[in-house]
Design a protein around this ligand. Structure first.
Ligand code: SAM
Ligand code: SF4
Length: 336
């Protein structure tokens, strides 16, 4: 099999190259962020969650259709026992060039050595505030201290580290400068992500990244576009003089970037999702668990479903018209 040749075929119906898969490994989490998984939600049955072997089978099959980079997400991926080991196993699959993780950082310090050993290529840490009480109000638990020390250890480990801040009007817009300044003395990017109207995110007003950029430009007149490549996503980066890291903006609401979309999502219960905005997806688990199929037969079916998914992937999201958003699941269930 010629993997390079296959890469040329991973175009969707819009001609976009789809080489990036976000894999949710659990719907469980050790925090209860108000916009994602507030207290009192119901979780799925353990038996519905894909096993590591099943995830590997999917990645092996999809890598033959041009998937090159993976993001491990959740829920909180580090609450799943063996998550670093899974990363190592996925990295060993032919064709997979990069495996990174997004985490709330609570368990990161203790898992860092294993993640490093597994060869993780990047760590994104979610952090919406530097205020301890506010952190507890947003995330449900007093864990800011652990997260801040994990951030410093992640940077010191030499693994590419990024901070992701979900921006909410009236909640954390007063902390933009303080959060951006985390990138001043640390070799790490800080990214502002507009709150999307998905799940409990619909209860919050996103801040506008354009306004955040203008405010930061007023603070740092040298802030200017940073064209260097920072990862696989749609973030637009800026750099200010004297900063070690860059400031990124992911503006899914105010500036659609669907024309350069490169991704699909695999939920923890084995649904291949084409777009965050719509509930449509392919039930991959039923192929993985179908009785009487050999591994190679399953692989062929998985590859076929991936190719069909390329055709089904919508042209763009419709966050601007909430009535058209058909995805009703919460972010922790989808895999953010
Ligand atoms: N638990 C991990 C974490 O917090 O990084 C991974 C899963 S979490 C769902 C992934 C990211 O999605 C977090 O950075 C979170 O802030 C973000 N997120 C959750 N709901 C969102 C929404 N409605 N709009 C934008 N980002 C959201
Ligand atoms: Fe958990 Fe991440 Fe959702 Fe917060 S955003 S509840 S940390 S999955």
């Amino acid at each position: 099999m010629n993997i390079t040749e296959k890469t040329e075929n991973n175009r969707d119906s819009q001609g976009r190259r789809i080489d990036y898969l976000r894999i949710s490994v659990t719907d469980r989490c050790n925090l209860r962020c108000c916009y994602c998984m507030p207290k009192g939600i119901k979780l799925c049955e353990h038996s519905d969650i894909l096993s590591f072997e099943e995830i590997e089978s999917v990645v092996r099959a999809f890598s033959k259709e041009g998937i090159r980079r993976l993001k491990i997400t959740g829920g909180e991926p580090l609450v799943r026992i063996g998550c670093p080991e899974l990363i190592g196993r996925l990295k060993a699959i032919e064709g997979i060039e990069e495996v990174s993780i997004t985490t709330n950082g609570v368990l990161l310090r203790e898992k860092l050595p294993e993640l490093k050993k597994a060869g993780v290529d990047g760590i994104n840490i979610s952090l919406d505030t530097l205020d301890r009480e506010k952190y507890e109000r947003i995330a449900g638990f007093d864990r800011l201290g652990e997260v801040l020390s994990a951030i410093d250890e992640a940077v010191a480990s030499g693994i590419r580290t990024k901070i992701n801040t979900a921006v909410m009007k009236g909640i954390n817009t007063d902390e933009i400068k303080a959060l951006a300044e985390l990138a001043k003395d640390r070799d790490m990017d800080v990214r502002f992500i507009e709150m999307m109207p998905i799940g409990f995110g619909t209860d919050f007003d996103t801040a506008d990244n354009e306004e955040i950029l203008e405010r930061l430009k007023a603070e740092y007149p040298t802030l200017s576009p940073d064209e260097s490549r920072h990862g696989n996503g749609p973030a637009v980066y800026y750099r200010a003089e004297g900063f070690k890291g860059s400031i990124g903006f992911i503006s899914a609401v105010s500036k659609k970037f669907c024309e350069s979309c490169n991704r699909m999502r695999l939920t923890s219960t084995g649904v291949l999702k084409y777009c965050l905005c719509f509930e449509d997806g392919t039930d991959i688990k039923s192929i993985l668990r179908r009785e009487g199929l050999s591994e190679s037969e399953k692989e062929l079916l998985l590859r076929e479903e991936f190719r069909k998914a390329l055709e089904k992937k919508p042209k763009e999201h419709c966050f601007e018209d909430k009535n058209k958003i058909s995805e009703k699941k919460e972010m922790f269930r989808i895999g953010g």
